[in-house]
Design a protein around this ligand. Structure first.
Ligand code: NAD
Length: 322
C-alpha cells in the first residue's frame, strides 16, 4: 500500500509516516520543510520525502494519482499566522485544501483530512460531540479564518462523498503535543512555555490561566489516526481525536515546571497585550471521544506527566531538531 502524507514532515505528520512504515507500507511525505522531523526515516527504503508545496499543481496531481491512501495534513496551524496573515491561512487551509479534495475525488482515492477542535468555536455546551453546533465569532475577527477554512473543507469532503462517492475520514484534533512539536518559543502553548522554562525566563500565561484544554500525546494520536484510517468501521465518518481530561493552562505551566524541575516564575498577561483586538480566546474545549472509542477501539493512554516528561527530554537534548 502506498501512502501520501501532505505535511508529512510536520509534527503530527512525522508520526503518521512512522506508523505506516511500522506497518510495512510505502510512504511519501510531501512538505515545504526540508524534512528535519523525518530525518530518522530517510534511510528507510519504504520512505521518500519530497520537499515541495501542495500548491504545485503537477506535483500534487502526480502524487495523489500514484498513491492508494491520501492524508492531507499540510496546513498553516500556527495561531499567530492566522491572526497576522489570514490571507496565507485561507490560501493554504481552504483553497489548497479544496484542490486536494478535488484530486482525491477525481482519482478515487480515500482521503484522510485533519480538521480541528476550532470548528466548534466557542460553543458553551461541553463536551463537544461530532454533531455539536459551531458557534463562531464575527468574520472581522481574524482568528476564525482557520476554523472556517477547515470547516469549509469538511463540507466539501462530505459533498464530494454524497455526489461522487469520495471515501474519507475526517479527524478533529484536540491539542496534540509531544516531541517534534513546533520550534521552541513558536506556535503552540507547550513549545512557548518550554522555551521560557529552558532559558530560565518567566513563563507568561495568557489571561488568568483558567482557560482549559485537553492535551493528547502525539504517539497515541498518530496510532488512533492510522487505525481509524485503515478500519472499515470508521469509513466516511468524522471523529474527534484527543482526550477528555481537562487541564487549565495555569495547571499546565505548573505541571511542566514540576516535571521538568524548572525554576522560572509563572506570570499572567492579558490576551489583548499578546494578540491585540483580533483574538478571542475560548474558555473551555473538551471533546466527546465516544465515537472514536466505539468505532476504532482507540483511546489516548499516556498521562500528561509522562507525555510532558518525554517532550521536555526531547527539547532539552536536541532543541536544534525542533
Ligand atoms: N497539533 C495539533 O494539536 C492540531 C490541532 C488541530 C488540528 N491540527 C491539524 O493537524 C495537521 C497537522 O498539524 P501539526 O500540528 O503537525 O502542524 P505542523 O505545522 O507541524 O504541520 C503542518 C505541516 O504542513 C506543512 N505545509 C504548510 N504549507 C505547506 C504547503 N503549501 N505544501 C506542503 N506542506 C506545507 C508545514 O511545513 C508543516 O510541516 C494540520 O492540518 C493541523 O491543522 C493539529
Amino acid at each position: 500500500m502506498k501512502i501520501l502524507v501532505t505535511g508529512g514532515a510536520g509534527f503530527v505528520g512525522s508520526y503518521v509516516c512512522e506508523e505506516h512504515i511500522r506497518r510495512d507500507h510505502e510512504v511519501v511525505s510531501l512538505d515545504l520543510s526540508d524534512g528535519a522531523k523525518v530525518e530518522h526515516l530517510m534511510n528507510n527504503a519504504r520512505f521518500r520525502h519530497i520537499q515541495g508545496s501542495v500548491t504545485e499543481e503537477l506535483l500534487i496531481d502526480r502524487e495523489i494519482r500514484s498513491a492508494d491512501l491520501i492524508y492531507h495534513l499540510a496546513a498553516i496551524a500556527d495561531p499567530r499566522v492566522y491572526v497576522e496573515d489570514p490571507l496565507r491561512t485561507i490560501e493554504m487551509d481552504l483553497l489548497a485544501g479544496l484542490r486536494v479534495v478535488d484530486l482525491a475525488s477525481r482519482y478515487e482515492k480515500k482521503l484522510i483530512f485533519t480538521s480541528t477542535s476550532e470548528v466548534y468555536g466557542r460553543n458553551p455546551d461541553l463536551p463537544w460531540t461530532e454533531e455539536s453546533d459551531r458557534v463562531l465569532g464575527s468574520t472581522s475577527i481574524n482568528r476564525w479564518c482557520y476554523a472556517t477554512s477547515k470547516a469549509a473543507v469538511e463540507h466539501y469532503i462530505f459533498a464530494q462523498h454524497q455526489r461522487n462517492g469520495l471515501e474519507f475520514v475526517v479527524y478533529r484534533l484536540f491539542n496534540i503535543y509531544g516531541p517534534r512539536l513546533d520550534s521552541l518559543g513558536a506556535g503552540r502553548v507547550i513549545a512557548v512555555f518550554l522555551d521560557r522554562f529552558l532559558s530560565g525566563k518567566p513563563v507568561q500565561v495568557h489571561g488568568d490561566g483558567s482557560q482549559t484544554r485537553t492535551f493528547c500525546y502525539v504517539e497515541d494520536a498518530a496510532k488512533g489516526i492510522v487505525q481509524g484510517s485503515l478500519s472499515p468501521t470508521s469509513a466516511n465518518t468524522v471523529m474527534n481525536i484527543g482526550t477528555d481530561i481537562e487541564t487549565s493552562v495555569l495547571e499546565l505551566a505548573e505541571t511542566m515546571k514540576s516535571v521538568g524541575g524548572f525554576s522560572s516564575a509563572i506570570e499572567t498577561i492579558p490576551h489583548v497585550e499578546v494578540f491585540g483586538d483580533s483574538y478571542e480566546d475560548i474558555p473551555r474545549r473538551v471533546p466527546d471521544v465516544t465515537r472514536i472509542r466505539e468505532l476504532v477501539g482507540w483511546q489516548s493512554k499516556t498521562s500528561l506527566e509522562d507525555g510532558l516528561r518525554e517532550t521536555i527530554k526531547y527539547f532539552s537534548n536536541a532543541p536544534e531538531k525542533s
